[in-house]
Design a protein around this ligand. Sequence first.
Ligand SMILES: [Zn+2]
Length: 205
Amino acid sequence: MNRLMTAILLVLAIAYVNPLFGKEYVVKKVIDGDTVQLESGETVRYIGINAPELYMKEGGSEFFAKEAARFNKKLVFMKKVRLEFDTEKQDSHGRMLAYVFVKNIFVNAELVKHGYAKVMIKPPNTKYKDVLLAQQQKAVEEVRGLWQEKRQDTETTYIGNKRTYTLHRPSCTYVKKIPDKSRITFRSRSDAIKIGYTPCRYCKP
Ligand SMILES: [Zn+2]
């Protein structure tokens, strides 16, 4: 093999393993702290995190939602982004599920690091779970962003499902369906939220 051939193969190999050479998309609209729209019209929901709701059905928005949307906009609006996927490429609303990168910034992690989003573990999409949780730990310790919200526990214990990472009030009907080996008890709501649990949509703990 001559030298030129070797050089070409090397460049191709680097391009293949280096995500910087991956396909790029342009973000044309920022919907909120964890959702954007691409120039192609497709909606992308960031995986592994959940930013506060900007427009709720009941009206108003959750604590720190506007700040989260603004920060997300600063990171990605009209920028070229790379998308990385996990096991599920789409959610039930037909949105693309992706990890988003702008140059060397991992956007999902950056939002968590500054307290603009919480880690939301949703198996089987858990590729960056440890990276995201490490960032969240710092945000919690330094009481950054949404972690400043004061919230009193209304239950003496909360029940989690270790398999789905869902958190319930003990009285929730779904608690009875959790197999013993998947059941975990938390003494406060925040103990579970800090490690990536999502509040149940029905009992809303
Ligand atoms: Zn529940």
